[in-house]
Design a protein around this ligand. Structure first.
Ligand code: AMO
Length: 580
């Protein structure tokens, strides 16, 4: 018989069992009586509590003045015609010399975050309200018009809840040291929760402590353990509410604004090149492959080929601020798999040093802009990450040293290194320290890199064997015995001994470009899908040109002396992190 078929007829139940089912046991009766008793008691308790609450509400003179804001609309006590204010406006309108009598200043309505709340006594609670970077102390004091219930409600508010406040601005008896606005405080009259915060998985105060530099112990002699970078990044929304984080991203935005402003003023056009590519273009293995309908596509490792194609199109000066993707499994404090590239490309007249000069001017403009316009934000971060002030050279005096000279300085300092060897990160930092000592500048340019360690599109130096024989015109020079020796018209820019920019004069001759693609240390195929259109772009006339690419997060990290580049990315991507 199949298991799921019922038997033809069920066997009849023994008589006792049937009776037991009909008449419950003594134990079952006892239990039911107990349950009933319990339920009655609970109902009584609830009724008593309800009655007490009703009584308390009836006697609560402030019952309309606190509570929760509905999801849509506002409490009826909030007048439609009164504008809501910003704390910064109040602070600048009512300075510490503004006369204010006992009854205080203006009645204000504002929205803020309750950074913390504490009950001092049944009649008094203190809160700190935050709006952006501004914080102010608030007092909730029981009186004839403000109930103790409201004091309790305010003082037990969960930290980081978003609130609507009605209050009177007054001068505190003493300056409040713990808030950014110290000469004023708010006497709360009405207080409503707009969005109640749950218990935080990590305290904001922890996010406001410095992370140690990689491999170093925490600096502070505080017994509380430092919350790790990983925990901070896992809870990034809370972390980003920390003051220094807001300042970091204000500065980052400032760098973008200064970069674009400088270049637009010099006639550059902002462009948006594609990030989805049909073929991996720069030949490297560091490219992310993605599914593109029935085909494969690749995420752009740089706007390089496109910015050059636009120069070939006669645009003369272009710049771009966009994400750059690198599939590098580099788990270091200065690598991300997605970063923001600040790129530019320009035609030049006589010499590629015109491009270097423009780039130097651009970087000095950014640094000076950060010093002046972003002074407060810089100071906010430097209070937490104590770092030496960034030493800037005078305009027009940026140290520009050749790669050969750099190698010489390192050798004199005791390093054994070959003439054409690429610099490791420690070598770069060491050279940065030597340059700082010699030129008193945290910013310098290393020019004329060995050709062998630069990409295929890099123009070799005028001194390269390629150009030593006959006049080549715009066609390709003759093949030389060892094409990857010598130097190139390429450069890197450094901040505090770390690379922030890489650039070069590019090969503008299609014939020579194809030759270099084949002769490069890592050859690429000029006829491949990813490179054919790029090579063709130079067949129809292209000015001599050069440019550079800058890592935005690197500038921010090095300007502020942050211990890790991830701190300069709101939601960083690295080999181990794709969330949040
Ligand atoms: P390069 O590959 O050197 O050059 O990149 C330019 C600049 O980008 C930054 N950078 C990075 N920042 C964070 N994480 C990374 N993984 C990372 N890799 C690079 C650095 C670097 O100097 N096409 C050329 C630019 C050009 O020649 O115009 C290029 O992409 O600050």
């Amino acid at each position: 018989m199949a298991e799921d078929q019922p038997p033809a007829s069920l066997p009849s139940r023994p008589k006792e069992l049937a009776e037991e089912a009909a008449a419950p046991s003594k134990n079952a009766l006892k239990k039911a009586a107990k349950d009933k008793e319990k339920a009655e008691k609970a109902a009584k308790r609830k009724a008593a509590e309800d009655a007490q609450r009703k009584e308390s509400e009836a006697s609560d003179i402030s019952s309309d003045d606190y509570g929760h804001v509905p999801l849509v609309g506002l409490p009826s006590s909030t007048p439609a015609e009164v504008p809501w204010v910003r704390l910064s406006e109040i602070a600048s309108e009512f300075t510490d010399t503004t006369p204010m009598d006992e009854s205080g200043g203006p009645h204000v309505i504002f929205q803020a975050v309750a950074e913390n709340a504490r009950v001092q006594s049944a009649k008094l609670a203190f809160l700190v309200f935050r709006q952006g970077q501004d914080t102010i102390q608030a007092v909730v004091a029981a009186s004839d018009t403000l109930s103790r219930q409201m004091v309790k409600f305010a003082g037990s508010m969960s930290a980081e809840s978003v609130v609507l406040v009605h209050g009177i601005v007054k001068k505190p008896k003493e300056l409040v040291k713990s808030t950014s606005i110290s000469h004023l405080e708010v006497h709360v009259k009405k207080l409503y929760i707009i969005s109640e915060a749950e218990v935080l998985p990590m305290q904001l105060a922890d996010a406001e402590r410095a992370l140690p530099v990689e491999g170093e112990e925490a600096q502070e002699d505080d017994s509380r353990p430092i919350v790790t970078l990983s925990t901070r990044l896992n809870n990034r929304t809370i972390d980003l509410a920390a003051k220094q984080n807001r300042a970091i991203f204000t500065i980052k935005d400032g760098v973008v604004a200064l970069f674009s402003e400088y270049l637009r003023n010099l006639g550059f056009i902002g462009i948006q090149s594609p990030k989805l590519l049909g073929a991996s273009s720069e030949g490297g293995s560091n490219v992310f492959e993605v599914k593109y309908f029935e085909r494969k596509a690749y995420l752009a490792q740089s706007p390089q080929l496109y910015k050059q194609m636009l120069i070939a199109a006669g645009w003369d000066r272009v710049f771009e601020v966009n994400p750059v993707f690198r599939a590098e499994n580099s788990n270091t404090a200065r690598h991300l798999t997605e970063f923001t590239g600040l790129d530019l490309e320009m035609a030049f007249d006589r010499n590629y040093h015109e491009v270097v000069e423009l780039l130097e001017g651009l970087m000095l403009y950014i640094f000076n802009g950060l010093r002046t316009k972003y002074k407060d934000a810089t100071e906010t971060v430097r209070k937490i990450y104590h770092v030496e002030e960034f030493k800037l050279p005078e305009a027009g005096k940026v140290p520009r040293i050749s790669f050969a000279e750099g190698i010489q300085m390192l050798r004199e300092d005791g390093l054994e290194i070959g003439d054409f060897e690429d610099l490791s990160t420690p070598d770069e930092k060491r050279l940065g320290a030597l340059v700082l000592k010699k030129y008193n500048s945290d910013f310098y340019v290393l020019d004329q890199f060995p050709l062998a360690i630069r990409p295929f599109y890099t123009m070799p130096s005028a001194s390269h064997p390629y150009f030593s024989s006959k006049e080549t015109g715009s066609s390709a020079p003759a093949t030389v015995p060892d094409p990857n020796t010598g130097y190139s018209n390429s450069y890197d820019f450094f901040m505090r001994g770390q690379e922030i920019l890489s650039g070069a004069q590019r090969i503008h001759s299609a014939a020579f470009l194809q030759q270099r693609m084949r002769e490069a240390v890592t050859p690429v195929d000029p006829n491949s899908d990813g490179l054919r259109d790029y090579v063709n772009a130079f067949k129809y006339g292209c000015p001599r040109h050069g440019g550079g690419g800058i890592g935005l997060e690197r500038i921010v990290m090095l300007w502020l002396g942050l211990p890790n580049i991830r701190l300069a990315s709101a939601f960083p991507r690295d080999p181990g992190r794709l969330l949040p």
